[in-house]
Structure formats: structure tokens, C-alpha cells
Design a protein around this ligand. Structure first.
Ligand code: NAD
Length: 456
């Protein structure tokens, strides 16, 4: 498998891809190693994650450069991902003991009856991952899974394989046995081979299209399945905002990571009273973004990681223009080596256009005027997706009223494109099923076992 730098088109290296036999052998190793890992004390398993965190901080600059070279992410944003990861690991380290301890629900001395719950590991799990935030989306799964006593077969995205191999090396150095965390490398065919093994659960991050295939395959086998999928995340800008501040914040939410985040802002609705001023401020902000070599400290817009996405973005822009949208900025690929798309702002969009319905996953945004709050809620909810949604307003009551009516896994007041380890991360509709992060996102890697205990 060739690893290509999307910013230059240059081949970085070759990595072996696992065929069905290799995947089978890895599964067998994980299956036989898991009970020993589960029998270790929780304290030991948490200590390994603490060591993993140290490994990351020691190698931070090398890891950031690898990530930037293989996915085209601006170097500062690669460093931010690693810094953010430290905070997530701190959460898992601090919270796991509480989340995984046995619970006594009833201790009735008269009836001599006790009822308890223990949190048992699922066993061997498959973690099939995406490339856009490989440290975040990977660790949301494999860290609590390992802490809970599972063995993990981790398939990094074929676009973030080198990062996946760094992660594997660091976990092993940190004290996770080599047969308890195993990298499975390759593309979708390798992922499909992994799903054919008798795993006890599949935890997937990726597109709705692939997620639907995985759900179908897992459903027949009655194993636990979690899918963290795409989004078409809306923001509503009310008529009482500081227009310049809101425009800068929403533009960052749309264009950070070159728009390649599951929770990127993908639709903007603006109250008609401030629409024109907002659009002017938004375009002025986006014009200031520096596009260029992702290794350059000043770069804000990097490369498009997957080459086929360029055609999707071009098609969305053409479709919007044909149906009456106004192209205010960008609109096409940039002619240079590698995969590049100009930051693109479309106004006068509506829901007949693909750009307001299909995930763009790139630096393209549509802005639509709305008459009032009711119209904004209708538009926000008119989507196959439901990952996040946000409202910008000076009025807290108004924000809470609006957000209560929005159908999404996470809702934001005066912020966007934000994830917290303390809160559950989940989506509704085509954005997925199940959740990661928070206490629930630790317990999700376990099976609650019910104990009915009566003294004779
Ligand atoms: P993708 O669906 O193309 O690939 C995801 C993973 O699935 C890769 O590892 C790939 O090799 C594997 N795969 C592909 N076909 C498979 C098959 N038939 N069987 C098993 N595995 C298979 O997605 P991507 O391009 O890597 O990621 C981008 C998508 O992920 C976007 O839609 C984005 O919104 C979503 N995403 C969601 C979250 C979230 O938390 N909800 C986070 C990050 C990314």
C-alpha cells in the first residue's frame, strides 16, 4: 500500500496491507491474549494509558509532522490535536475507576438479598477508524476499550496508516501487550476481512455509506455495533449578535481542518436582519486564511486528504450555481501538485442544492437567509444527519429554547466544532448510533452483568 502526501502527490513510503490470512492470524492472537489482559488489575491497565500519554508528549513534534505529511493537515492543527488528546487521556485516566467499579443496587439485610452490576469487557473488538482526526477518533475507542479489559484489532484508515503505526508502537512501549492491541493495515477490503472474524463488537468511525454496510454485516451476527458517522451540521446566527465576532467564529468552525471534520459547520442560516452584514464579514474573514504548505507555521488551509473528494466538491459547487446560488469566493480546485480546493463561500443557497444536503467534507460552505427562529429550526432539522447544531445569539433563553427543538447529538450556544471528553459524543439519523466519550463512553465497552445474590 502506497502512502501518499496529499499536499504534494509524493509517495512517502510503502506499507504492507493485510490480506484475509494475516487478519485471521491477528484475530487468533488477540482472542487468546484477551483473558490475561482482562485479569490484570484495572490500576495496571490505567497505568499503561498514563505511560502512553507520556510517550505522546515525548514524541509530539515527530508525530505532528507525520500526521501533517500523510493527511495534509496544517502543522499547528496537528499539534493542537495532540494537545487535545492529552486532555482526553486525562479524562479517561481520572474517570475509568469510577465508571467501571461494581455497583450495589440493593443490599437488603432482612431478605439477605443483594443485587449488583459488574462491568465485563466485551472481549475482542474491531476498531475501524477514519483519517481526519486519527488520534481523537481512534483514542475515543481504543483507550476506554483497553482500560475496560478488551483486546483491540485497530484498523487505521488507509489515509492515516503511519499515524496508526505510531499509536501501536507507543501503546506497546507503554505496557499494552503486543497481542492485546494489534494494528490491521489496509483499505476497505482489509476492514471487510476484519469484520468476518468472530469479534465481539465493532466500533466504526467513517462515512454513512460504509457505516450502513458495517451495520448490515454486524446485525446478522448479533454483536455490539457503534457507528460514528458524518454530519451536515447547521449554525443559526440570530439578529442580536456581534456580526464580526460571529462571522469569525462560524468561519473557523467551517474551515478548520480544511473543513474535513465530522462536526465542521456545513450549513449557515442567518436571520435576514443581519444577513448581508454577516456575509460581508464572513467573506472578509475567509479571504484572510493562508493556504499553503501544511508544514508552514502560518498555514490555515491545508490539502484535501482524499483525492476523490475534489470531484464531490466541484459537483456541489456546480449544482448550487446551476440552481441559483451566488459564488462569493473560490469555487474550484487549485492548480498545484497534490489535492487542493479553494476556500469557497456560496450565498443564496437553499435545500434543493446538494451543498445543503450532502456532507461536503471540505472547504465549501453555503449561507442561507431565514425570516425568523421558527424558519431556522425547520431548516436545521431538515437533514438526513444530526451530529451537532449551534446557535449564535446574545440571549441565553432564546438559545436554549431553540436548541431544545433541534434534533442533534450535541448542541452549542455561541460555539461550534467542539468536542469535550466529559460529554457524550453521538449522532442521530445518518450521523450514527451509540456513543463515545463521557462516563457512558467508557461503559459502552463493557457488558453490564447482573448479580442476584441471596445468602442461604
Ligand atoms: P470511510 O467510510 O471511507 O472509511 C472509514 C474506515 O472504514 C476506513 O478505515 C476504511 O478503510 C474502512 N472501510 C471502508 N470500506 C469498508 C468495508 N466495506 N468494511 C469495513 N471497513 C471499511 O470514511 P473516511 O473517509 O475515513 O472518514 C470520513 C467520514 O468519517 C466522514 O463522513 C466524517 O464525517 C466521518 N467522521 C465521523 C466522526 C464522528 O465522530 N461522528 C469522526 C470523524 C469522521
Amino acid at each position: 500500500m502506497k502512502i501518499i502526501n496529499p499536499a504534494t502527490g509524493a509517495v512517502l513510503t510503502d506499507v504492507p496491507s493485510d490480506g484475509i490470512k494475516a487478519v485471521r492470524a491477528k484475530y487468533d492472537r488477540a482472542r487468546s491474549a484477551q483473558p490475561r489482559w482482562a485479569a490484570q488489575s484495572l490500576r495496571k491497565r490505567i497505568a499503561a494509558i498514563r505511560n502512553f500519554k507520556e510517550q505522546i508528549s515525548e514524541r509530539q513534534e515527530t508525530l505532528a509532522r507525520t500526521l501533517t505529511q500523510e493527511v495534509g493537515k496544517p502543522i499547528r492543527q496537528s499539534r493542537n490535536e495532540l494537545k487535545g488528546l492529552a486532555g482526553r487521556l486525562d479524562f479517561f485516566i481520572a474517570e475509568s475507576t469510577r465508571a467501571l467499579r461494581d455497583e450495589t443496587l440493593l443490599a437488603d439485610s432482612e431478605q439477605k438479598l443483594e443485587e449488583r452490576i459488574s462491568h465485563e469487557p466485551l472481549g475482542v473488538i474491531a476498531n475501524i477508524s477514519a483519517w481526519n482526526y486519527p488520534y481523537f477518533v481512534g483514542s475515543n475507542v481504543f483507550v476506554p476499550a483497553l482500560v475496560a479489559g478488551n483486546a483491540v484489532l485497530y484498523k487505521p484508515s488507509e489515509y492515516a496508516t503511519l499515524t496508526g503505526l505510531h499509536i501501536t508502537e507507543m501503546l506497546h512501549a507503554a505496557g499494552v501487550p503486543e497481542d492485546v492491541f494489534i494494528a490491521v493495515t489496509g483499505d476497505g477490503a482489509t476492514g471487510a476481512a476484519l469484520l468476518r472474524q468472530s469479534v465481539d463488537g465493532v466500533f466504526f468511525t467513517g462515512s454513512y455509506r460504509t457505516g450502513a454496510k458495517i451495520a448490515a454485516s454486524a446485525g446478522r451476527r448479533m454483536i455490539k455495533v457503534q457507528l460514528e458517522l458524518g454530519g451536515k451540521d447547521p449554525i443559526y446566527v440570530c439578529d442580536d449578535v456581534d456580526v464580526n465576532a460571529a462571522a469569525a467564529a462560524v468561519a473557523d468552525g467551517a474551515f478548520y481542518n480544511t473543513g474535513q471534520s465530522c462536526c465542521s459547520v456545513e450549513r449557515v442560516y442567518v436571520h435576514e436582519a443581519v444577513h448581508d452584514a454577516f456575509v460581508d464579514a464572513f467573506v472578509a474573514e475567509v479571504k484572510r486564511y493562508k493556504i499553503g504548505d501544511p508544514l508552514d507555521e502560518g498555514t490555515y488551509i491545508g490539502a484535501i486528504t482524499r483525492r476523490p473528494q475534489l470531484a464531490v466538491l466541484k459537483r456541489q459547487v456546480a449544482d448550487a450555481k446551476k440552481k441559483g446560488a451566488k459564488l462569493l469566493l473560490g469555487g474550484d480546485v487549485l492548480k498545484r501538485k497534490g489535492n487542493w480546493f479553494a476556500p469557497t463561500v456560496l450565498a443564496d443557497v437553499d435545500h434543493s442544492m446538494e451543498v445543503m444536503r450532502e456532507e461536503s467534507f471540505g472547504p465549501v460552505i453555503g449561507i442561507q437567509a431565514v425570516a425568523d427562529d421558527d424558519a431556522a429550526v425547520d431548516q436545521m432539522n431538515d437533514s438526513d444527519y444530526g451530529l451537532t447544531a449551534g446557535v449564535y445569539t446574545a440571549n441565553e433563553k432564546r438559545a436554549k429554547k431553540l436548541l431544545a427543538r433541534v434534533n442533534a447529538g450535541s448542541v452549542y450556544w455561541n460555539c461550534c466544532d467542539r468536542v469535550s471528553p466529559r460529554l457524550p459524543w453521538s449522532g442521530v439519523k445518518h450521523s450514527g448510533i451509540g456513543l463515545t466519550l463521557s462516563t457512558y463512553g467508557i461503559q459502552t465497552f463493557t457488558r453490564p452483568k447482573a448479580w442476584h445474590l441471596r445468602e442461604a
